[in-house]
Design a protein around this ligand. Sequence first.
Ligand code: ADP
Ligand code: MG
Length: 682
Amino acid sequence: MGLFSAPLPEVVSLPKSRQDVLAEVGIRTVGDALLFVPRRYEDFRAKPLEEVRVPETLSVVGVVQAHPKFSRFRGNFSRLATTLDVGGRTITVVWFNQPYLRERLIPGARVQVAGRYDPKSRQLVAQKTRFSAEGIATESLTPVYGLPGRGADAWFSELIRLLFSLPDLEIPDPIPAALREKYRLLPRGEALRTLHFPQDERELFWAKRRMAFEEVFLYQLKVLAARNVRVRTRRVREHRFRPEEVLELASRWPFTLTGAQRRAIQEIFADLLGPYPMNRLLQGDVGSGKTAVAALAIYAVVRGGRQAALMAPTEILAEQHVRTLRGLLPEDVPIALLTGRTPRREREEILYGLAQGTISVAVGTHALITEHVRFADLGFVVVDEQHRFGVVQRRLLAQKGDVPDLLSMSATPIPRTLALLLYGDLDVSVLDEMPPGRTPVETHWTTPERFADVLTFVDGQIERGRQAYVIAPLIEASDKLEYQNVVDLYDRVRNFLPRRRVGLLHGRLSGREKDRVMRAFVAGELDVLVSTTVVEVGVDVPNATVMVIYDADRFGLAQLHQLRGRVGRGSHKSYCILVADPRTELGRKRLQVFRELTDGFQIAEKDFELRGPGDLFGTKQSGLPEFRFTQLDSPRELRMLQIAHEEAERLLADSAFWETEEAVPLREALAGVHEEAGQLWD
Ligand code: ADP
Ligand code: MG
């Protein structure tokens, strides 16, 4: 083992307190420390003051004009203030809690001061001070590591400097030399040195580019390796069914399968009858008929004498699925609903039935993955709205069977190109065709000043017996603001429609309360539902015909599209009204795109073109991996992902490479996967 993987205390002497700080952020070895790169940089470089328009950090060189004024306050706090002549311009400089500078700040002294400068008050709050005797340097970019504790960033920076000066230090590079050359990537050691001690942005750009490639390249290797492992895992038990006999069931349904549904079901059957366990993602707009596809797959498994489970993120959705499945599957298929609301007696019967195998299909919420649930022979798992569950939860359910086949369903339209790259270990089926006979939702866009007109329109629809949603914007940064917003909106709607029954739904309500409000809306006991985006993605209220979205420009288009999918589910004409006053050209363009397109995938591709994926999904619920050096939000970075994908594929196929000395750092970087997924390379 080289120095790189040596524990830090074996290499340098560190006081206990500093070791604790490092341990807190997971730094144990020399390598850990070197890979702990700054979060951001502060620009303390000198800057002509006349160019500064808004407060920013910078450094100035000037001459002290007067003895500083010293004041103490609130016990331990102190303040020094004086004026500085910076190239003929006088500014005020303030030092907090650095009383020891008092003696040195004498009139005529030449100093360099770095800190935050406010051009309006012409005042600089000093963070760093250097006297001419120490040499006036135009400071470079100063790294901010965000380590806990005062002054930690400074000693950490010195520690890194020391580590880099060790003669035996060799920084292993997981990227093969041939690739580095081909894509002009810096060696890892050089990139890390730059990240810790950058001279300028240009240098930083190349260092980040190199690390970004490493990150996505390793990710692609992991994803592809995981796929290889799966492909090599033979299924434990077979499914025995004849596809024609299963499809016969569909011929008795009151509708004809769409072409997309037929394609998807063929792909699923092929998986079920194939030698390897299925891991497939079924993507399709709300209403595209995913559940019907899942029903056929479940039926196939049940005909083969095995059990199936369908997990949904909420009770309401689970109940809805049970109703749908009971309508679609033959009456003699025993289906049970298991949620947190299931009464104890019934619950015990269900658990018994599942363990004995007398119940073929279990539909439920998280309740399905509690430890008491046992299956006689769980062969197939369906997860609805897959992004709402973590990997762990999905795995827990899968562990109830003996390597069951897994089908995830999602209404979040991820552009195909991106899905292939990011979910390389999943196969993807897409329902890109809507069942016939749906009239597209008429979409309008109006400004907040005309909100009263919008509510008048809503009133008209209620008069005809319909219902409406009014959505307040999601504010991720502030739960409090978001709450305030939805309550304000609720009051406005109630004041404007005093005779109507208006309900309120938001994230602060308990699960039970949310459920109660939602049920009231489903039952038609409420005319209007004012809500944040917690309004459930798969809930079916065919009588709702209006979707009003306030501050619509704050949403990703994919999210707007899902909200719009809440209406237009019945026989009545439906409307989606965007209330927004976008201040930017981009904002207007996006709303225009949304008005014109009705296909979720087209919308996603378009928004992706306009803004990149970051905003498309809304940060939290995307389920996409989080990278440190890239946001994948520019065509350049997407190209990089594509290249990383291709190169990873090529490298995995090159078995000779993995035997070479050069492969060692890469194998080490992938060690975690190796453990998790089993043997990758033999
Ligand atoms: P999703 O889960 O994709 O949002 P669902 O499976 O809930 O969509 O289907 C929505 C509605 O469309 C259901 O009432 C379902 O019975 C119906 N449906 C499904 N497939 C078809 C089809 N091919 N033709 C007509 N209606 C269909
Ligand atoms: Mg659904």
